[in-house]
Design a binder for this molecule. Structure first.
Ligand code: CTP
Ligand code: MG
Length: 262
C-alpha cells in the first residue's frame, strides 16, 4: 500500500504572530514543515509529497525541504518531497498540490512493471486506486501510526477517511441562545485525511465552481467530498497531532518533542 500526500504549508500563521510563516517556525530547532515531513516518511507508506508553500517564501521552503530529504536519505529513509506555490486559502493550497500530482498518481501493477504476460494475454491493468492524504504542516507532530491508519482505511475501500479524537471540554451551542451539546456525540477532526484521488479531485473541481460563500463553508476536504455524497469513515487520531495555532500550542509542541527524545 502506497500513498501520495499534499502537505499544506502556505499559511502565514497570523495567530502565531511570528516573523516567518508558521511552517518555518522551529520547534526544538527544526521547522514545523520538516517535523511534518519526517512523520510522513516514518510511516513507510508515503511515496511522493507535494508541499504547498507561500510564494514569497518559496526559496526558504525549497532549501528546508531539500535539506530534510537529504538528511533522511542519508540515514536510509525513503524520502521524497517537492514544493509548489499554494493559494490564498487552505482549499486553494490543497488544489494547487493536487494539480502538481501526476495525473493518476503513481502507476502500479502491470502498467508500471510492463508485465509481459498481462500484455500478451491482452489483460488491461485494473485502474489503480490511488490513495491521497491531505495533511497540515501545522499538525507537525502527528505520529506515523495515524498516517498508516488513514492510508490503510482508504486501501480497504473507504473513499474518505478522517482521524478524530474525543472532545474533552464541555461544549455549548450559542446560536439563538445557549444550549448544552452532549460531548459524547462530538469528535475533534485532525489530519491527515485520506481519499481516493479521483474523488478528491472531483470534490475540489465542484467546489471551485460553487459560489464563494457556499464553498468557504467547508473547512476541510472531507466536507468538500461530503457535498458530493461521499461517506466519511472515522479512525482514531492522536492527542500529539495538535494543530499549532497560537504561541501556547508552540510551547506544547516543544514539550512533546522533548518528551519523545527523553
Ligand atoms: N494553509 C495553506 N494555505 C493557506 C492557508 C493555510 O496551505 N492559504 C495551511 C497552513 O499552512 C496550515 C493549514 O493550512 O498548515 C491549517 O491552517 P491554519 O492552522 O489556519 O494556518 P494559517 O492559516 O497559517 O494560520 P492563521 O489562520 O493563524 O493565519
Ligand atoms: Mg488559517
Amino acid at each position: 500500500m502506497r500513498a501520495v500526500v499534499v502537505l499544506t504549508a502556505a499559511g502565514s500563521g497570523s495567530r502565531l504572530g511570528h516573523t516567518v510563516p508558521k511552517a518555518l517556525v522551529p520547534v526544538a530547532g527544526t521547522p514545523l514543515v520538516v517535523h511534518a515531513l519526517r512523520g510522513l516518511w516514518a510511516s513507510g507508506v508515503v511515496d511522493d509529497v507535494v508541499v504547498s508553500v507561500p510564494a514569497e517564501h518559496r526559496d526558504a521552503f525549497e532549501r528546508a525541504v531539500r535539506r530534510a530529504v537529504d538528511d533522511a536519505t542519508a540515514v536510509g529513509v525513503r524520502a521524497a518531497a517537492r514544493c509548489v506555490v499554494g493559494g490564498p486559502t487552505r482549499q486553494a493550497s490543497v488544489a494547487a498540490g493536487l494539480d502538481a500530482l501526476a495525473p493518476r498518481g503513481p502507476v502500479t501493477g502491470a502498467a508500471a512493471t510492463g508485465d509481459a504476460a498481462a500484455a500478451v494475454a491482452g489483460d488491461q491493468p485494473a485502474p489503480a486506486r490511488v490513495i491521497v492524504l491531505v495533511h497540515d504542516a501545522a499538525r507537525a507532530l502527528t505520529p506515523p501510526e495515524v498516517v498508516v491508519r488513514v492510508a490503510e482505511a482508504v486501501a480497504d475501500g473507504a473513499d474518505v477517511v478522517v482521524p478524530v479524537v474525543p472532545v474533552t471540554d464541555s461544549v455549548v451551542e450559542v446560536h439563538d441562545g445557549v444550549r448544552a451539546v452532549d460531548r459524547a456525540r462530538l469528535r475533534a477532526v485532525q489530519t491527515p485525511q485520506g481519499f481516493e484521488l479521483g474523488l478528491l479531485r472531483r470534490a475540489h473541481a465542484a467546489a471551485a465552481h460553487r459560489a464563494d460563500d457556499e464553498a468557504t463553508a467547508a473547512t476541510d476536504d472531507a466536507q468538500l467530498c461530503a457535498v458530493l455524497g461521499a461517506e466519511t469513515t472515522l479512525v482514531p487520531g492522536h492527542l500529539d497531532a495538535v494543530k499549532v495555532t497560537t504561541p501556547r500550542d508552540l510551547l506544547l509542541a516543544e514539550a512533546l518533542v522533548a518528551a519523545r527524545v527523553a
